[in-house]
Design a protein around this ligand. Structure first.
Ligand code: ADP
Ligand code: MG
Length: 236
């Protein structure tokens, strides 16, 4: 077997749906811009995690992905770094609204994602703001008005702000659903669907989930277009 086959088998990586590119087994393989590789080097990371290795080349082809993997597998940078590359390609003005929208189930998770985006996107001059419930809207709206390339949000608060017409989705071309199974468990499906209905259909969608029950399969089927399904390890 080839070194790629050995790698995939060793890390229990499977990818199905169309022609799947080979994983990036090293950071050099990624061809990421130097300012991004520098931040990865500063963080002291030695190699991509299996989910990063397999999803990065697929995401860079602008394809939809549903990735099923346990927590702690490096999913955040799995989508954030392709998001930075996406932003660099689009060169949109964040004053006109976000280009990347990340949905996450909780305030804690959303702020962790924002922290990671600001840390690893610093040299790329990525701007990122966070919207979540349980805190007054006024400060969040003010930050949003300043403009952000990436908006990380919980579905409830984002849906409120959308109904107030205080966010413009016209530039959104990359949508990420992080911890999709947990968002559904929390009852966010109606808000997620309302939000996604307002996003231009010509978008790339990346969905991450730790489990793969029928509710998650259903929403993946509705929101993703010809996705590549990537599984890491044995998941139910
Ligand atoms: P998940 O979302 O899959 O639960 P995270 O994205 O939160 O996982 O990542 C878990 C931890 O691994 C974080 O501290 C993150 O900074 C770190 N990490 C991410 N990618 C790598 C890598 N390639 N090498 C080492 N550590 C990494
Ligand atoms: Mg995560």
């Amino acid at each position: 077997p080839s070194s790629v086959e050995v790698y995939l088998q060793k890390h229990e990586v499977t990818a199905t749906g169309g022609d799947v590119p080979a994983p990036f087994m090293t950071f050099e393989d990624t061809g990421f811009p130097p300012e991004i590789l520098r931040e990865i080097h500063v963080a002291g990371f030695t190699s991509p995690t299996p989910i990063q290795a397999q999803t990065w080349p697929i995401a860079l082809q602008n394809r939809d992905i549903v990735a099923i993997a346990k927590t702690g597998s490096g999913k955040t940078l799995g989508y954030l770094i392709p998001a930075f590359v996406h932003l660099k390609r689009r060169r949109n003005n964040p004053q006109n609204g976000p280009t990347v929208l990340v949905l996450a189930p909780t305030r804690e998770l959303a702020t962790q994602i924002q922290d990671e985006a600001l840390k690893f996107g610093r040299a790329s001059r990525v701007s990122c703001t966070c919207l979540y419930g349980g805190a007054p809207k006024v400060h969040q709206l003010k930050e949003l008005e300043r403009g952000a390339d990436i908006v990380v949000a919980t579905p409830g608060r984002l849906n409120d702000i959308l109904e107030m017409k205080r966010i413009d989705f016209r530039q959104v071309s990359l949508l990420v659903l992080d911890e999709a199974d947990r968002m559904l468990d929390m009852g966010f499906e109606p808000q997620i669907r309302k939000i996604v209905n307002e996003i231009p259909p010509q978008r790339q969608t990346l969905m991450y989930t730790a489990t793969w029950p029928k509710e998650v399969r259903k929403i993946a089927g509705d929101l993703l277009r010809n996705p590549v399904q990537v599984n890491i390890g044995n998941v139910d």
